[in-house]
Design a protein around this ligand. Structure first.
Ligand SMILES: [Zn+2]
Length: 232
């Protein structure tokens, strides 16, 4: 049976609309989540027929929909940091993809809700806390004045996962500890996220509303932050 037949009307309509701009295919795969791979205007949604539900397909389709706006922040951060001696150790492909994903989630969640779906279906274990206090507490950014790239990567990932949470979990303690560990880094990531929250993805403009500039200002803050630090 084709996947289109198990989708509800809202998701079918979204799919129909997206197909005016994208070539979208569905492929079965042994995975315990859904995922989408988009290149140019071609997208493949991978799903497990045993675990399939409407919400997860809607979720992936909303990722495709955001491709219409052609912003490239996650990738831009990755390629910009590739030649930076210190930052390239932190901004690996995994972290940059993760950031890109979280940025997407923040912008697509309102439409997901508008389609009538529940917060718990937005992600696997959608209501859970997205980052544990214990993980934050046990994180040491530096040891004997040398910063650990892996710890900085985790720090940024934790903070972004908190900001991207679509559910109102209580993160007061988490944020307090993260700020105590490094208030400058905390402010840099927070500023980046705050800019993203108000960024108008539908009207990207090289001068007045640029996704690249948003990413670049994040990177230049980080370059400044890391300048005097020893990184391992
Ligand atoms: Zn997603």
């Amino acid at each position: 049976m084709s996947i289109e037949n198990v989708l509800d009307n809202k998701t079918k309509l979204l799919l129909l609309d997206l197909r005016t701009d994208f070539q979208i295919e569905f492929e079965q795969k042994e995975i315990d989540y859904c995922e989408v791979f988009t290149k140019n205007r071609q997208a493949t949604v991978y799903y497990n027929p045993k675990l399939i539900d409407n919400e997860s397909i809607a979720h992936e389709l909303l990722h495709i929909k955001l491709k219409r706006y052609d912003y490239v922040i996650g990738n831009h951060i990755y390629f910009s940091c590739l030649n930076h001696l210190k930052l390239q150790k932190i901004f690996n492909k995994f972290l940059c993809d993760y950031i890109g994903n979280c940025l997407d989630h923040y912008k697509m969640y309102p439409e997901y809700v508008e389609m009538g779906y529940s917060p718990e279906g937005f992600l696997t274990n959608g209501l859970d806390e997205k980052c544990s206090l214990l993980d934050i507490k046990s994180l040491n950014l530096s040891f004997l004045k040398t910063y650990k790239a892996k710890s900085i990567e985790l720090y940024i990932g934790y903070l972004i996962s908190i900001y991207a949470d679509h559910v109102d979990n209580n993160y007061n303690e988490h944020l307090k500890f993260l700020r105590e560990k490094d208030s400058d880094l905390f402010d840099i990531v927070s500023r980046f996220w705050d800019k993203w929250k108000v960024f108008d993805i539908k009207n990207i403009d090289a001068i007045y509303n640029s996704d690249l500039e948003l990413a670049d200002s994040f990177i230049s803050d980080l370059v400044e932050w890391i300048k005097q630090k020893k990184i391992k």
